[in-house]
Design a protein around this ligand. Structure first.
Ligand SMILES: C[S@@+](CC[C@H](N)C(=O)[O-])C[C@H]1O[C@@H](n2cnc3c(N)ncnc32)[C@H](O)[C@@H]1O
Length: 257
């Protein structure tokens, strides 16, 4: 099974993580981690630091890096589920880790984790795509050494690293996150410009707090398949420009969920 991100997340970059520049440093830091799709893609040969201010998202990361995480998955997560069931009907809330419950909600209600509201009910799509046990058998061993924190991004130390910065967008879609609606983007712009190392910032078209450019400009050999999916994505990097050699060609790559 090819896994594109450790778990499904609202606004997650699982479908387009390959379009951004490759990491140039041994350490990747995601100050706004969500499901950390970029770090997941580049996990081989890299140390990873995932930070998220949202307590429920952080709980998932704390759970995934517990030494008994896989044992808990085997204890609580069924092989198959039925649409309409609630996650809290599957686990004993007082015994299961909060992070495991949130992880099951991500699988139950794809693309909603991180957004406002409680998405406890398993949707038809959630039931159809439910492969959480098998996924976690790959994810948990792969992320066990990742460093996990629950800080405001400004509290992270300025260490030399590849900083993949994917804050909530400064538009209506960004306002749907549980955490982050009060972000000061002017302050964030100064902060990203002051980081040591390589900095990659994600945004949506229309944002002007940095001189963003459309993501597709970087796609030298990538054709129309992605043009619709990420037409409104823009990015900024402190590298100035990106060589074609840093881009991964589309050919030969099949992205499955
Ligand atoms: C766009 S999502 C990240 C998606 C991620 N790149 C992925 O692939 O799943 C933005 C994240 O920033 C977090 N966040 C919002 N404000 C924050 C802050 N001040 N410091 C750290 N994290 C914050 C939100 O909880 C949310 O998980």
């Amino acid at each position: 099974m090819r896994i594109k991100a450790p778990f499904s997340y609202y606004g997650g970059k699982s479908k387009i993580a390959h379009v951004y520049p490759r990491p140039q440093y041994g350490l990747i830091i995601e100050p706004f981690a969500g499901s950390a799709a970029y770090s997941w893609r580049h996990r081989e040969g890299h140390d990873v630091w995932v930070n998220d201010l949202d307590p429920r998202t952080h709980a998932i990361w704390r759970f995934l890096t517990r030494s008994d995480a896989l044992a808990q998955v085997h204890q609580w997560v069924p092989d198959t589920v039925t649409a309409g069931t609630k996650v809290l009907d599957l686990v004993l809330e007082e015994l299961a880790d909060d992070g495991l419950i949130e992880l099951m909600r991500s699988e139950a209600n794809q693309g909603t984790q991180g957004a406002k509201g409680v998405h406890d009910q398993i949707t038809k799509m959630g039931a159809k795509c439910w492969k959480l046990r098998r996924k976690m058998e790959q994810v948990i061993p792969a992320v066990s050494t990742w460093h996990v924190t629950n800080l405001d991004y400004k509290e992270l130390p300025d260490v030399e690293a590849t900083w993949f910065v994917d804050p909530p967008y400064s538009n209506i879609a960004g306002g749907r996150y549980r955490t982050g609606s009060g972000l000061d983007y002017g302050e964030l712009a100064d902060w990203v410009r002051s980081r040591k190392g390589q900095v990659i910032v994600c945004e949506n078209a229309g944002a002007n707090w940095l001189p963003f450019r459309p993501l597709e400009h970087r796609r030298v050999s990538i054709r129309s398949r992605y043009h619709k999916a990420d037409a409104r994505e823009v990015m900024w990097t402190n590298e100035g420009g990106v060589d074609a050699k840093d881009l991964e060609p589309e050919s030969g790559r099949k992205e499955n969920s």
